[in-house]
Structures are given as structure tokens and as C-alpha cells.
Ligand binder design. Structure first.
Ligand code: FE2
Ligand code: FE2
Ligand code: FE2
Ligand code: FE2
Length: 434
């Protein structure tokens, strides 16, 4: 089924104020929730945070009193939605468990978006980021075992692999190099715009979650690991948001934000099997259709253009979650040595073609001076159980030494790097039975 959101009225804004008891619902059961219900919940929280934050920024730069009034009203609804969605998280779900959920979102969402992205360059950028979040999942999985004593599959439920990817110490780039070529707002497809708005919201919330929670653990190595990965998420926000055409007008951006919310809630509603969550997605889809109507009117009044030029006339699916193991393994094997090219085209290259004065080497040398926390992570787990925690097809697991050989830069390596020989040794140790 597909529909044209422009033809729906949705729930009017004045009917979107709810009671505190309705806003703060009973959380889900972390032992029973489907992993993809949890990823939807994590993503939609990020979407709402972005909606709320965008509307504050819009108000701060908008001089039209009517726009400011209506934005103030709908902004409060976004905030209430955010509370509802995020607070479905049960108090007993640990920060590390939630973290595994965040990286599962990043991996399986980015893989879905890449396969449904019409623009080749945008797809290439999604695939580039994909391998980095895939490595974060591997590093955090070690900590989930060391701190909480859990198998990562208690969260991932066997749907997402856990193996080494492009090593995190190589994700630290000159942030200016992270900037990508932006799409053209007049010619880009609505799918491309919604894909990027969705991913930016997810990555931004991942950054914020690490920034706000990494210090909640007393262990210094884990705190530093959160610090290191949080900084990569900043690079991810920088990278993905730079794909957006900066010439989009404020009203165009408002339209795109509401449309992105509509598409995501619609996709969640369509896929959800948990009755309680499905109800939330359905109700909030109605809210967002109401917001979209408002954005359409503001856009028409202020720009005199047809909203279809910006968002088309049908809903797109930006967040279908399903296991992406095959796709991710394929990108992993073919693109682990990919890097940001130091050229004016903002293109990609491979490690062997990097010049010695590549700007990211400078950053990597400085931040990894006393060792990379994400490398220390693997040293610590090896101390504990003689190898790393992994979960994948045995064929893929045995490829780890080779992957690290191809995926690790030689220049600017952290002094505590876990290298090819170390992975060879670990590969000889039987996998732990949990
Ligand atoms: Fe919203
Ligand atoms: Fe990540
Ligand atoms: Fe990320
Ligand atoms: Fe909204």
C-alpha cells in the first residue's frame, strides 16, 4: 500500500495535547521486545529530537510572528512525542545494552538506506559510514560482555553480525575532509532527501546518547572508548548533513522535516508487530500528517510554490529493519580499505593511494598518542577470555586477520594496535560458549 500524505488531514494540532499518563507510558520488556521494535524506538527518538531542535533553530532566525506562533505550538508536541518514545526504554536496560541497540540501528538502517538510495554518490557515502558503525558494534560488544556479562545477541538477537570492521582508530579524520558533495534541491529525489534526513537524525542522537551517557561508567578504558566513538559520531553527523543542499529555504526544510516524520512513522506502523508500539506509531503518524498540513500551508504562503516539487506525491520507506548480514559482509570485504580522498571532488580512495601528508594522519597521530581506547578494548577482552567476542558465520569470523591486514592503515597507528598477528593468535582460540 502506498499513499499520498499531501491528501491526508491527519489529527489537528489542538487534539495533540495528551495527559502525562498518556505521555509517559509503561516501558517495554527488555527480555521480550523484538530487536527491531527496539531499533524503531531508538530511531524515532532521534527523529523527534531533531524535529524539536530544528524548530527551535527555525524560531531563532524567523521574524514572522505567525510562523513563530504555530511553530511554538507544534514544537511542544514534538517534545511530548520524544518523551513518549524515548521513555519506552525500561530502566533496567543498561547503557551498554542500549548502546548495542544504537549501533544495530546504525548498521541495519544504513544498509537498508544504501540499497534504496537512487543517488550513486549518496549510496557510496552510506556504505562508507556503514563499515564504521559496524566496527563500533564490535568494540561495544566486548564491553557488554566485560561489564554486564552478556552475549551481544541478547540485544541483537542474531540479526546483526559482530566482527571487526574498518578499525575505529582509522575513523578519525580531518573533519573538513568529512564534508561531502551536497545534492541539488531542485533535482534530488524525495527518497534521497528523506533517506539523508533520517540518517542524520539517527547519527545525531547516537552522538548525543554517547556524549550524555559515556561518563556513567567508572571504568576509564570504557569512558575513553565512549569518548572515542562519540567523536566518530560527530564526524558522521558532519558527513551525512553535508549531503543536504544548504540552499534549501527554512520553509522547505520544515516541509522536509515533517515529511520525514510522516514517512518514518508510516514505515514503523507498517512493520510493527508489537500491539502497544504499533498503537504509538499509528497515533503519531496521525499527528505528523497534521504537522505536514501546517508545513504545506506555510510553504505555499511564503514561497508560492507547490510542495510536490519538494516532497513528491507519495510516501517513501526510510526505515525498514531486517537482517542485512549478507549485504554488510559484502561491503566489508570490498570496501574495508576505503578512505576519504584529499581531492576537490570529495571522492573516495583506498589506503594504498593515500599521500603521506593526508590530513587525517595528523588527527590520528594526536588522538592516538597514548593508545586508542578501541584497541585497548580488544587487548582487555583477550586478557580475559583469550580472544574477542564475535558472532557471525565461521567463514567470516576466520577472515578477521585478513580483514585487519587490508583495513588498517600503516601510518599513524596507535601504539597499542591489535594487529594481524594478534588476530591470527585469537583465531586459534575456540569461541566461547555462553
Ligand atoms: Fe514528531
Ligand atoms: Fe557508531
Ligand atoms: Fe555512526
Ligand atoms: Fe512533526
Amino acid at each position: 500500500m502506498t499513499f499520498n500524505p499531501l491528501q491526508e488531514k491527519g489529527i489537528p494540532l489542538e487534539k495533540q495535547i495528551r495527559s502525562w499518563h498518556d505521555i509517559v507510558k509503561r516501558p517495554f520488556n527488555k527480555y521480550e521486545v523484538d530487536c527491531y521494535s527496539r531499533t524503531r524506538q531508538i530511531l524515532m527518538n532521534g527523529i523527534e529530537v531533531e524535529a524539536w531542535n530544528f524548530k527551535h533553530n527555525l524560531s531563532r532566525t524567523c521574524s514572522d510572528p505567525e510562523t513563530r506562533k504555530i511553530i511554538a505550538l507544534s514544537r511542544r508536541i514534538e517534545d511530548m512525542q520524544q518523551t513518549t518514545v524515548n521513555w519506552l526504554t525500561p530502566a533496567c536496560q543498561t547503557v551498554l545494552e542500549t548502546t548495542l541497540g544504537y549501533e544495530q540501528v546504525a548498521v541495519d538502517l544504513t544498509a537498508w538506506l544504501a540499497q534504496n538510495e537512487p543517488d550513486d554518490y549518496v549510496r557510496e557515502t552510506f556504505n562508507f559510514g556503514l563499515l564504521e558503525d559496524f566496527d563500533h558494534l564490535y568494540r561495544y560488544s566486548q564491553w557488554a560482555y566485560m561489564m554486564d556479562g552478556i552475549d551481544p545477541n541478547e540485544i541483537l538477537q542474531g540479526m546483526t553480525d559482530v566482527v571487526v570492521s574498518r578499525p575505529t582508530q582509522n575513523h578519525h579524520n580531518c573533519n573538513a575532509l568529512r564534508l561531502r558533495r551536497h545534492y541539488d534541491r531542485m533535482t534530488a529525489e524525495p527518497q534521497t532527501k528523506v533517506n539523508i534526513y533520517t540518517l542524520v537524525s539517527g547519527e545525531q542522537q547516537t552522538h548525543n546518547f554517547y556524549a550524555e551517557h559515556g561518563m556513567m561508567y567508572p571504568n576509564d578504558d570504557l569512558r575513553r572508548t565512549y569518548g572515542e566513538i562519540c567523536d566518530v559520531e560527530e564526524e558522521h553527523v558532519t558527513m551525512y548533513e553535508s549531503l543536504i543542499d544548504p540552499a534549501e529555504t527554512p520553509y522547505e526544510k520544515l516541509l522536509l522535516h515533517e515529511f520525514t516524520e510522516v514517512c518514518n512513522y508510516y514505515n514503523c506502523y507498517k512493520d510493527e508487530e508489537d500491539d502497544k508500539l504499533k498503537q504509538v506509531w499509528e497515533e503519531f503518524l496521525g499527528f505528523e500528517l497534521g504537522h505536514l498540513q501546517i508545513a504545506v500551508e506555510l510553504f505555499k504562503e511564503n514561497e508560492g510554490r507547490d510542495p510536490e516539487e519538494v516532497i513528491g506525491n507519495k510516501v517513501v520507506l526510510p526505515c525498514h529493519f531486517e537482517s542485512q548480514k549478507e549485504y554488510v559482509a559484502d561491503i566489508l570485504e570490498n570496501e574495508i580499505d576505503k578512505r576519504l580522498a584529499p581531492d576537490d571532488e570529495m571522492s573516495y580512495t583506498t589506503i594504498d593511494k593515500l599521500p603521506d601528508d593526508w590530513k587525517s594522519y595528523n588527527v590520528q597521530e594526536k588522538v592516538g598518542l597514548e593508545g586508542a581506547p578501541t584497541e585497548e578494548t580488544i587487548r582487555l577482552i583477550r586478557e580475559s577470555i583469550n580472544r574477542d567476542i564475535v558472532s557471525a558465520d565461521m567463514k567470516l569470523i576466520h577472515k578477521q586477520p585478513d580483514l585487519i591486514k587490508r583495513g588498517l592503515e600503516i601510518i599513524a597507528q596507535a601504539p597499542n594496535t591489535v594487529d594481524y598477528e594478534d588476530y591470527k593468535q585469537m583465531d586459534k582460540v575456540d569461541l566461547m560458549q555462553f
